[in-house]
Design a protein around this ligand. Structure first.
Ligand SMILES: Cc1ncc(COP(=O)(O)O)c(C=O)c1O
Length: 323
């Protein structure tokens, strides 16, 4: 609330400038640019790398492909060439290479390889990223990383975001989500990429005026809330292990827990949890996420709610009612 403000459309909001400079330093890039959301930052990055009619290779599970309303095609006029993600979230690099189009007027020009880390919580390791960046360089492609949750990956790997992001031409990192800011994403790249992204951001309606109020929260998040992500990962582990104890099939990666729920129970369970102020992404593979507002007691509360639903500790007569 006390952040010094200016007009970021003219580039003179001191708090936004401070955040962008600090983020560039932390991530090891020449420049940074604040966006209202990760969706917009990804799209502006892709629009900065690719001209109309050019192509990006990315995973079928990539947020930019699957969960951003097709913006890459709709607003970017960019052709997405999607490749199936492997179970660990990575792309088979032989498949990536085979998808690169020859220089022939029949084909869109392949310009960019876009990866995501973490992807649905799964951490992509540095040696894979190096191979992917190496392939892209050899084949003259630029590289973008959707690092909405890159700090979770760095903390899980006990490395810095700078080391984990080295070699990418652009990285989009969210200040919201695990880091806890109410809004905001920074895009990192070299100065000329960021200059292009500034234009794309204007086209997309993301240039904000006194945006320092958002940047101040983002700066706080970057400086105070990264190391503590380890706590979220530990809480997610405890949640996963408690749910396994109830006989449920559970997968856990960093701060995300996925639980297999019989389809016919999904909405009743989600409603039961909601009544206890536990919000989940409902589905047969229900997603639960830990974050800085969930402590060990919160995990215990979530487990009790699951236990009550499954009637683990309740007599048979009460089981039916609790469902
Ligand atoms: C990997 C990834 N990329 C991008 C986004 C989009 O971020 P936002 O919701 O800020 O638009 C998300 C949101 O969950 C995400 O998980």
């Amino acid at each position: 609330m006390e952040a010094p403000l200016g007009d970021d459309v003219f580039g003179d909001d001191p708090t936004v400038n401070r955040l962008q400079a600090r983020a560039a330093e932390i991530f090891g890039f020449e420049a940074g640019l604040l966006f209202p959301s990760g969706t917009q930052s990804n799209l502006a990055a892709l629009m900065s790398h690719c001209q109309r009619g050019e192509e990006v290779i990315l995973g079928m599970e990539a947020h930019s492909y699957r969960y951003e309303a097709g913006g890459v095609a709709v607003l970017g006029s960019i052709q997405p060439q999607a490749i199936a993600n492997r179970p660990d979230g990575s792309l088979d690099l032989a498949e990536v290479e085979a998808a690169i189009k020859p220089d022939d007027p029949h084909f869109a020009k392949t310009r960019l390889l876009a990866l995501e880390n973490t992807i649905s919580g799964r951490v992509i390791k540095r040696n894979y990223l190096e191979q992917a960046i190496g392939l892209a360089k050899r084949r003259n492609l630029a590289t973008h990383l959707d690092g909405a949750r890159i700090c979770n990956a760095a903390v899980a790997l006990k490395t810095s975001v700078k080391e984990l992001c080295a070699g990418f031409d652009s990285v989009s990192a969210c200040l919201s989500k695990g880091l806890g800011a109410p809004a905001g994403t920074v895009l990192l790249g070299n100065s000329s990429l960021i200059q292009n992204a500034r234009r794309a951001r204007k086209i997309l309606g993301g240039a904000m005026r006194q945006a320092g109020v958002i940047a101040a929260a983002g700066l706080y998040a970057l400086e105070h809330n990264v190391e503590r992500l380890e706590e979220d990962h530990r809480n997610a582990e405890a949640l996963a292990s408690g749910l396994r104890g109830l006989g449920l099939a559970v997968e856990q990666h960093t701060n995300m827990v996925f639980v297999q729920i019989p389809p016919e129970s999904v909405s009743a369970l989600a409603e039961h949890l909601k009544q206890q102020e536990i919000l989940v992404l409902p589905g047969a593979r229900m997603r639960l996420v830990t974050h800085l507002d969930v402590d060990a007691a919160g995990v215990e509360r979530a487990l009790s709610a699951f236990r009550a639903f499954h009637g683990a500790s309740a007599p048979a007569g009460r089981q039916a009612r609790s469902r």
